[in-house]
Design a protein around this ligand. Structure first.
Ligand SMILES: Nc1ncnc2c1ncn2[C@@H]1O[C@H](COP(=O)(O)OP(=O)(O)O)[C@@H](O)[C@H]1O
Ligand SMILES: [Mg+2]
Length: 328
């Protein structure tokens, strides 16, 4: 049954004529009912909500932030999200065994979400990815969306963060409303931007409040949408924050074996003339996946310009070394 608080919220949203928030509470009730094994009732509730939404809003398609109560504060959703339908799958990404296992598990739980919920359990839905740039965090979110045939919504952190914290929190709330109503993968990329507010307001307390709003909304999120946060800077993330995610995955620059797999995967329609694999790997060592991938692209483009399919190891090594020289 709905909790007293949920009934109060229903009445509140009903009297304010805030249909979206009203339905969002109904979905929360459905999620709770599913959790305690009342799956038939939960399905019926979800069905009623879907029906109500279709008749309320037939224009859908592009994502919209629908919260009426915060409408004055919230800009059109196209400013808050971009949406994509990625085509990169698990075979296109090179990952360590540990990351591969964690992502496979995440995908498996969500492929079996209905079954898992029937037993009153909840699949993992909230992921935190961290590690240096160019190691495949954003790409992983695309892979998850592609593998689960879900749209990928990328939350624009720059338009989310404004000078006024109250406004930022209101925007966050409307995003979470949207998340509950539209199943998808939601990527909060460059998540540390929430922390960078510090530099504008110089007020650590305010930053903490926005983070707390995010965590509270994450706790209250019960829908089947998936939320992925990614950051290059793990310093801003404290233990309290980590605990709220179902899994925290650390990304790293590629090891020798990963470098080798990545290079091989890049030269499918070209002939890479490898004379000394170890030497080639040493030349690439220290570069990120993204940098190695870009270097391989550069080598291929050079070959295309020269109308050849052959690329020498020397050419590729030179490009790797050149890219490494940008590191200083
Ligand atoms: N693990 C990886 N396997 C294959 N390609 C990768 C990997 N990581 C990065 N790349 C390449 O680099 C590009 C940028 O990576 P991205 O996922 O944006 O890195 P991050 O989000 O960690 O900064 C990707 O689109 C892809 O072409
Ligand atoms: Mg990224």
């Amino acid at each position: 049954m709905a909790s007293a608080n949920q009934i109060k919220m229903l009445v509140k949203h009903f009297t304010k004529k805030d249909d979206n928030r009203f339905l969002s509470v109904v979905l929360q009730i459905a999620a709770h009912e599913a959790k305690i094994g009342h799956t038939k009732f939960a399905d019926e509730l979800r069905f009623l909500v879907d029906k109500a939404k279709i008749s309320m809003n037939s224009e859908s398609g592009m994502p919209k932030v629908l919260s009426a109560s915060s409408a004055q504060m919230v800009q059109p959703s196209s400013d808050l999200f971009s949406v994509a339908h990625p085509v990169v799958n698990f075979n296109n990404i090179v990952l360590s065994d540990e990351i591969k296992n964690k992502l496979t598990r995440f995908l498996d739980e969500n492929r079996n979400s209905k079954k898992i919920r029937q037993f009153g359990l909840v699949p993992k839905r909230h992921l935190m990815l961290y590690g240096p740039p160019g190691t495949g965090k954003t790409m992983s979110a695309s892979v998850v969306a592609c593998e689960l045939h879900l749209p990928l919504f990328i939350v624009r952190m720059d338009s989310l963060m404004t000078k006024y914290m109250g406004e930022t929190s209101a925007k966050l709330r409307s995003i979470f409303d949207y998340i509950s109503q539209h199943r998808g993968v939601y990527l909060f990329d460059e998540f540390d931007t929430i922390g960078s507010k510090r530099s504008i307001t110089n007020d650590v307390g305010e930053v903490r409040r926005v983070l707390n709003t995010f965590l509270q909304l994450l706790d209250e999120h019960h829908s089947d949408s998936l939320i992925i946060a990614a950051t290059n800077h793990k310093e801003i993330l404290d233990n309290a924050l980590y605990r709220r995610f179902d899994d925290v995955i650390e990304y790293q620059n590629p090891e020798s074996s990963d470098i080798s797999v990545l290079i091989e995967s890049k030269f499918i329609s070209f002939e890479l003339d490898i004379e000394n694999k170890e030497k080639l790997i040493v030349a690439a060592d220290g570069l990120s996946y993204a940098e190695i991938s870009k270097s391989c692209d550069d080598a291929m483009k050079t070959a295309i310009i020269k109308d050849t399919k052959n690329i020498s190891q020397e050419t590729l090594e030179r490009i790797f070394r050149e890219r490494k020289s940008y590191h200083i």
